[in-house]
Design a protein around this ligand. Structure first.
Ligand SMILES: C[S@@+](CC[C@H](N)C(=O)[O-])C[C@H]1O[C@@H](n2cnc3c(N)ncnc32)[C@H](O)[C@@H]1O
Length: 322
């Protein structure tokens, strides 16, 4: 199919959260005793590009490990997904991992990438449509924790795809709520989900605090975004990136730590920071295989199959939504 036809096969459904949502979340999060900003706000176009750069880092084992698992077991995964599936990817980013699956799936009909980062999604969806002209692309820009509809289907089944261990950004309680809603949306299909595993603390800490400082830039982009979009005056030189594995909670925590006592104004509201006080910007929970299967069961899914790498760094689970 020529390029223009592939592009017209695309549809783009735009439910991008507006700046007012962003502002409300920031004002609320920075008013808590432990200042907090949800990690979904990392992802504007600059944040999405910085995340792609993180994926290339030597220390960031999750991307290459998950790609290896997908490549090795794509045949088995495709057999479980079945013929003529409607593949729905949550947090699709650059839509790179999905290419491996697409090559293995039997006559996939529709690809539905869902992402909060609008411009990045538009580019990735158009690129995907050029690579897979036989597949209809129905992109959805939305916060997938909010209510949105999937395109209706007449043939085949929905199969969800949620790579990158993005599920780890939810607390286990919120992950259960999210998975329950996903299960209802998939309406009897399957769900392929990448989940990072508990491992040696030094490997985890390095993955979120790389030597080149790319993860630090990714973290600080959040403050840049507040300055650009919310008339804030964060001085980025007065915040440090901090990432560490919290063993009690089994999660990596990322923070932005104020290096001095300072006041910051955001859309006319003033927030004070003590020296050493932090904004908690990300959690990335790490699971055991059994621990994640239990969470999936509690969410109404049936664990069917799990694949890992030789070093047991990462896992990919196929869950049935029946
Ligand atoms: C950790 S990255 C993973 C990207 C890609 N799936 C991968 O495996 O490399 C998380 C992705 O999910 C998107 N995302 C995060 N929170 C989201 C939300 N609440 N709703 C929609 N997309 C979200 C981000 O924009 C980003 O593309």
């Amino acid at each position: 199919m020529p390029r223009s036809q592939a592009e017209t096969a695309n549809s783009f459904h735009d439910f991008e959260p507006d700046d007012q949502d962003f502002l409300s979340a920031i004002l609320k999060g920075l008013s808590q005793p432990q200042k907090f900003i949800a990690s979904k706000f990392f992802y504007d176009e600059a944040g999405s590009q910085l995340f792609e750069a993180i994926c290339q880092l030597e220390e960031y084992y999750p991307t290459r490990t998950e790609l290896g698992i997908l490549e090795r077991h794509k045949g088995e995964m495709a057999a479980l997904a079945g013929s003529q599936c409607h593949l729905v990817e949550f947090g699709s980013g650059s839509s790179i991992k999905v290419r491996i699956l697409m090559d293995a799936l039997d006559k996939p009909l529709v690809y539905v990438p869902i992402d909060i980062s609008r411009d990045h999604l538009a580019l990735s969806a158009a690129d995907f449509a050029r690579r897979f002209p036989a597949v209809t692309v129905a992109a959805i820009c939305a916060d997938y924790t909010s209510d949105f509809e999937l395109p209706p289907i007449t043939d085949g089944q929905y199969v969800g795809f949620y790579p990158g261990s993005t599920i780890g950004n939810f607390t286990p309680e919120d992950a259960t709520g999210f998975l329950r809603r996903v299960k209802n949306k998939l309406n009897g299909g399957g769900f392929l989900i990448g989940v990072d595993l508990v491992k040696e603390t030094a490997i985890l800490n390095a993955a979120y605090d790389d030597k080149k400082g790319v993860t630090a830039d990714f973290n600080k982009n959040l403050l840049h975004r507040c300055n650009r979009k919310l008339a804030a005056n964060f001085d980025l030189t007065q915040f440090d990136h901090r990432a560490f594995f919290n063993e009690t909670e089994s999660r990596i925590e990322m923070h932005l730590v104020s290096t001095c006592r300072q006041d910051v104004t955001i859309s006319g509201r003033c927030f004070s920071f003590e020296a050493g006080e932090s904004i908690h910007t990300e959690n990335s929970y790490k699971y055991t295989i059994g621990g994640f299967q239990e969470l999936a069961l509690n969410s109404g899914f049936t664990p069917v199959k799990v694949w890992t790498d030789a070093d047991q760094l990462f896992s990919v689970h196929y869950l049935a939504a029946d």
